[in-house]
Ligand binder design. Structure first.
Ligand code: MSP
Length: 645
């Protein structure tokens, strides 16, 4: 099995995990699960960065010893990941004695080779970054990340001869276009390297800081945090002698955000070169999650806690949102409303409905077993081909960390499959025994499409994909190469529909759940003014003005379910264009699964009423012919919410 090794940054323990940390770790977990799906032997590493000034100050603020503090926060990071269905193989702490020994071993080796020397340095030191900054890096004389003015300090210290490796690094980046991706960050690094590269100060005097790894050759100094932290990528593999190092280091890849590009793209490869090691294979750099246009960060106090989101939406919904909403490499804005909207629209409506409608039909029309397919028609072939093409696009995009594109490709097929149900009308086929073959083909095509969708979702939404696989009876499908082909479902095998995949969430603001006030209702004066002319009431006629008060609109049904203990009522979720619930007395005439995707006419400004405990915001129009009810329809598709007059 080919090895694959991917790491996240190791996070500072001066703050509890927030959504920004969660994003990098969800990305790494997703890619690792994807590589496993391709059959690779994967090693996934994360951890915590526990030395340095920042941590000492945070512990002092918390009024506990540094040891106690780092143990506490590191444990919080460790505990945060399973909540998001993230499963790292190794969790490195820079205070682990094993890690500290590796750092000291490397320092000694590089020192003996002559690439570490003692000297005096005067420079602008940013406490937040824990590094010296050049004049050029400042914006308005301040550190652009911490918005504070750096202090000018002079110190005797040890230096790493980083400048010596500048030409080698430029050459390496130029010859390996995939070394730093996306390309904008590669260009940023190459442009930085146009200026002479200074040597790197890699020590801090113990007079200023004792919370660090002592230099093995001079115990008056501790190691600068970056020379300590970056080495976690080696120490976690048991460097230098461990077999895991030999196996995984040659294929190492790192995920980071753009804030730590310089240490990863410049310090780290030159450090590796000085150690006589090959550089990592690829560095994947993403943008920031912002809140109201500002980077989400502890220091700015605008963080979102992943655990709180998971409690409300579930781990898979949060993972999906993070991967779908951000274009890897660019910044993205976080908002609660956007998360609710993605959950309801992409997960509950599109995926959840497709799954539950298909499974209900297999249960009702095929006795909960995979049906025998007949000869496929053009329409069936088209869906099958689209599902296979989805796998190709999905792989191309995931190979390049384009998660949002991979998911768009999957959702395109989900939407196609939902339309396929509307146009093939399996419930009509089920009424005609002559169409049994055709019905079998349609249901089989849907189930196979769902099986392939399930495969693609394994890395993204592991819990949902596991539920889907269990329902479809394909729990052993864990390899994309073997299983990403059409027609693996065996006719006759059992299908076991389970619970709903994603419960619908109500929006937070109350007014969003209410239909917007109808225009006509805002104009009682006008209606009143014309009322005296409305004389023909006795004849059962209404005036045009009275009719105008009725707000008829086009609504699209996006979800439908039976109401418990009622034979007559269905609870419909419609888009008109806002989402609303309407209770309709059509359960004896329509199955829920045949309603989704239909457009109907509703009375949008009917006073809300509760029916069997469910609040109904409007009424669906239907024709009544004896005992029969036939829903209103339009002769062509119309934007939901359009007025009917
Ligand atoms: N300890 C160093 C990294 C050492 S790696 C050898 C460090 N720690 S950190 O806690 O500040 O984490 C920075 C990383 O957290 C970013 O590179 C990114 O992975 C993640 N993020 C923190 N805030 C973020 C956003 N607002 N948006 C996206 N990712 C963010 O730097």
């Amino acid at each position: 099995m080919n090895p694959y090794y991917l790491t996240t940054p190791i996070f500072y323990v001066n703050a509890q995990p927030h959504l920004g940390h969660a994003y990098s770790t969800v990305v790494a977990d997703t890619v690792c699960r994807y590589q496993r799906l391709l059959g690779k032997d994967v090693r996934f590493q994360t951890g915590t960065d526990e030395h340095g000034d920042k941590i000492v100050h945070a512990a002092a603020d918390a009024e506990v010893s540094v040891h106690e503090y780092v143990d506490r926060i590191s444990a919080m990071f460790r505990a945060a990941w399973p909540v998001l269905a993230i499963a790292p193989d190794t969790f490195v702490r820079t205070t682990d004695p094993a890690h500290m020994a590796v750092v000291q071993g490397i320092l000694q080796q590089v020192y003996e080779r002559g690439d570490i020397y003692f000297s005096e340095y005067t420079g602008l030191y940013c406490k937040g970054c824990e590094q010296f900054l050049t004049e050029k890096e400042l914006v308005d004389s301040k550190c652009p990340d911490h918005l504070t003015e750096p202090e000018r300090i002079s110190e005797q210290n040890y230096f790493f001869r980083m400048g010596k490796y500048q030409e080698w690094l430029i050459d390496h980046i130029s010859k390996h276009p995939e070394f730093i991706t996306p390309e904008r960050y590669r260009n940023e690094v190459l442009s930085f390297l146009k200026e002479p590269l200074e040597d790197l100060c890699i020590s801090r005097p113990t007079t200023r800081l004792t919370w660090g790894i002592p230099l093995p050759f001079d115990n008056r100094f501790v190691t600068y945090v970056w020379f300590d932290a970056l080495i976690n990528y080696l120490s976690g593999l048991g460097y230098p002698a461990g077999p895991d190092f030999a196996r995984y280091w040659p294929v190492a890849e790192h995920v980071i955000a753009k804030d730590i590009l310089k240490p990863h793209a410049i310090y780290w490869p030159t450090m590796l070169k000085a150690m006589g090691l090959e550089p990592y294979k690829r560095l994947h750099v993403h943008g920031y999650w912002n809140m109201n246009e500002t980077k989400m960060s502890k220091s700015l106090g605008n963080v979102v806690r992943p655990g709180e989101l998971v409690a409300e939406f579930g781990a898979d919904s949060v993972r999906y949102f993070l991967l779908r909403e951000m274009s890897f490499g660019l910044d993205a804005g976080f908002s609660h409303e956007a998360l609710v909207a993605r959950h309801n629209s992409d997960l509950t409506n599109d995926l959840g409905n497709l799954f539950s409608r298909s499974l209900t039909m297999v249960k009702n029309f095929a006795a909960s077993a995979v049906p025998q397919p007949g000869t496929p028609s053009e329409q069936d072939r088209e869906l099958a081909e689209a599902a296979l093409a989805m796998l190709t696009h999905y792989r191309e995009h995931l190979d390049h960390f384009a998660f949002h594109r991979a998911l768009a490709a999957v959702w395109e097929v989900i939407s196609r499959a939902n339309k396929y149900i509307v146009s093939t009308q399996p419930w009509e086929l089920a009424k005609d025994p002559q169409q049994a073959d055709r019905l079998g083909t349609v249901l089989y095509t849907l189930l196979e499409t769902l099986r392939l969708i399930t495969l693609t979702l394994r890395p993204i939404m592991p819990e949902t994909a596991a539920k889907m696989a269990e329902t479809l009876g394909v729990t052993g499908e864990t390899n994309l190469n073997d299983c990403g082909v059409w027609g693996r479902l065996v006719p006759g095998s059992a299908i076991t529909p389970g619970a709903q995949l994603f419960p619908r969430l109500q929006r937070e603001e109350k007014d969003k759940t209410q239909p917007p006030k109808a225009k006509a209702m805002k104009e009682p004066a006008a209606a009143k003014a014309s009322a005296p002319e409305a004389t023909p009431e006795d004849e059962g006629l209404v005036t045009f003005d009275a009719f105008q008060k009725l707000e008829l609109r086009v609504a699209e049904i996006i979800a439908a379910e039976k109401i418990a203990k009622s034979d007559r009522l269905l609870k419909l979720t419609v888009k008109a264009p806002e989402e609303r619930t309407i209770v309709a007395g059509i359960a004896q005439h329509y199955q829920p699964e045949e309603l989704i995707g239909r457009q109907v006419i509703i009375v949008a400004n009917l006073k809300p009423a509760k029916l069997m405990g469910v609040a109904s915001h409007g009424m669906v129009l239907a024709a009544k012919e004896g005992d029969r009810l036939v829903l209103s329809a339009l002769s062509g598709p119309v934007a939901p919410g359009s007025r009917v007059a």
